[in-house]
Design a protein around this ligand. Structure first.
Ligand code: NDP
Length: 518
């Protein structure tokens, strides 16, 4: 191998000679040129995001427009929030107890009449102001999101934060047009909304919850996930900067106990939850007796279906974005790949080649494709599914060649072939960069296999036949069906599931419905 410089074209290239005289003769006979080998000279140079952001040593609860210590002896409990990319402690976050949650709900209740009574145009102005401030502080928000959650900076910078701003802009536009959204009705806000969100898209889920609620005149108490509270707390600062009346938005951090205290509070008018189906079922049981309005956005095991008439290279990119985007921590991830039998070998080969080139590592590097797994527990869970899959008889393929950092929670994107529908890896939500590949022969079989799941969140269809797309989109039991693409989101487009993936929609006109009565 030649020596390599950073741009090394000539210095790094070597010519690989055929090993034997026979091979030499064959190469000359074929007219094949000797292969050029560049070693690692064409690898990406490190491109770390170097902008410095300030993270306080300790964060408190955001209640009634101010940061307040949690109740309890000595200023209440706090817990560490960790950077999963290097396992360092970023900050200490307040653990809200029942008393704190009660205080937050009371603040939201007190703020409600005035906020609900504001003309829609005035509420819209606040939302526009928040959206613009998010844009102004976008870089800082993206960096914190990546440090706290482990997702690649290029995703938080180019996907999460722009969508966060878009959600506030979009709902600002609706605030004074609710009568047009619901013609012949008199849409009124519900009151105080309890909102509980997960760790996979921390600020985006915050925006999905808060923006429509405020646009419709409600007040909110939001609980972020324990491992990723920092950007929601940054948004609290932005909200204060924008002079939103105190109590309209309250943020109570903490673990599942805080979520349970919020969900069980008797003075809520609505509860909105995104997270696991297991917790979603518990919340449904809490809400049922009191008739509390509830929307649930839960797990998924979405099918990504590739027909033999699809553009294969485009479909392979679609497979990668469907399951490896955000380390596979995506509720609608295309975690079951259904490939038509005749092209299965080609697709698998191309997928192996593509995975070999994915860059896994430091999420703060702008070239990183797959960042850190959100927590030690989640990494353990993904590894356990690897073991289970092999034990069940599937073949684990791990073509990714990245060298992982010594510290932090990392997992190289991989996939299983030889998967049966009854395997746990084909039925259960793994929430990691691990794909189950299965095959089908006819469209009928593809539909049957895709629908053979308790979930119903999303699906992908890859074909060049429009008629096939319409037929499948109508028969797949999934809230969202993407055609010749995957993981596209827009504030104007409703998102939500069927069956054990939950009910209710977020985004679009349909998403507003969950926040109005009348
Ligand atoms: P959870 O459903 O436990 O967490 C979601 C949110 O609910 C978090 O804010 C959590 O707090 C809170 N919570 C936990 N327990 C309760 C409770 N009893 N009452 C009210 N709120 C509660 O998801 P996990 O983070 O534990 O992830 C587990 C699995 O769930 C993942 O591996 C994945 O399969 C799935 N999941 C699905 C998501 C989706 O978008 N569909 C998102 C996240 C996870 P805290 O974080 O502090 O525990």
């Amino acid at each position: 191998m030649g020596t390599s410089d950073r741009n090394g074209l000539n210095s790094a290239a070597t010519i690989e000679e055929p090993a034997s005289a026979g091979e030499r003769r064959a190469a000359v006979g074929n007219g094949a040129a000797p292969a050029l080998r560049f070693g690692d000279a064409w690898d990406y140079a490190p491109a770390p995001e170097t902008t410095k952001v300030t993270i306080e040593k300790q964060y408190e609860l955001f209640i009634n427009g101010a940061f307040v210590k949690p109740s309890g002896a000595g200023g209440g409990e706090h817990f560490d929030t960790i950077n999963p990319a290097n396992e360092t402690v970023l900050s200490n976050i307040a653990q809200a107890g029942e008393k704190d949650v009660d205080k937050a709900v009371k603040a939201a209740r007190a703020a409600f009449p005035k906020w609900a009574g504001l003309p829609g145009k005035e509420r819209g102005k606040y939302l526009y102001r928040i959206a613009r401030r998010i844009q102004e502080r976008a870089r800082e928000l993206a960096i914190i999101e990546t440090m706290d959650g482990g997702k690649p900076i290029k995703e938080s910078r180019d996907v999460d934060i722009p969508l966060v701003a878009q959600h506030f802009f979009y709902h600002a536009g609706w605030a004074d047009k609710l009568k047009y959204a619901f013609p012949n009705r008199d849409p009124k806000p519900l009151g105080v909304c309890g909102q509980i969100i997960p760790w996979n898209f921390p600020l985006l889920m915050t925006a999905w919850k808060i923006a429509p609620a405020l646009a419709c005149g409600n007040t909110v108490v939001l609980k972020p996930a324990e491992t990723t509270s920092l950007t929601a707390l940054r948004l609290a600062e932005i909200i204060a900067e924008c002079d939103l009346p105190p109590g309209v938005v309250n943020i109570v951090t903490g673990d599942g106990r805080t979520g349970a205290a919020l969900a069980g509070h008797p003075d809520l008018n609505k509860l909105a939850f995104t997270g696991s189906t297991e917790v979603g079922k518990k919340l449904a049981a809490i809400a049922a007796p009191s008739g509390l309005r509830l929307t649930l956005e839960l797990g998924g095991k979405s099918a990504n279906i590739i027909f033999d008439d699809a553009s294969i290279d485009q479909a392979v990119e679609g497979i990668v974005s469907a399951i490896y985007f955000n380390q596979g921590h995506v509720c609608c991830a295309g975690s079951r790949l259904l490939v038509q039998e005749g092209i299965a070998a080609t697709v698998i080969q191309k997928l192996e080649n593509r995975l070999a080139s994915l860059r896994v590592g430091d999420p703060m590097d702008k070239n990183t494709d797959v960042g850190a797994i959100n927590s030690k527990e989640q990494l353990k869970r993904i590894r356990e599914y690897c073991r289970v899959g092999v034990e069940e008889g599937a073949e684990l393929r791990e073509p990714c060649r990245s060298v992982l950092p010594n510290k932090g929670y990392y997992f190289k994107p991989a996939f299983f072939t030889g998967v049966q529908q009854s395997h746990r890896i084909a039925r259960e939500e793994i929430f990691g960069p691990l794909l189950a590949v299965m095959t089908f022969r006819t469209p009928e079989e593809a539909i049957m296999k895709a629908n053979n799941t308790p979930y119903g969140l999303a699906a992908g269809v890859w074909t060049d036949k429009g008629s096939k797309i319409f037929e499948l989109a109508g028969r797949l039991k999934a809230g969202v069906v993407w055609c010749n693409t995957y993981n596209q989101f827009d504030a104007a487009s409703p998102f939500g599931g069927y069956k054990e993936s939950g009910f209710g929609r977020e985004g679009g006109l349909q998403g507003l419905r969950a926040y109005v009565q009348g």
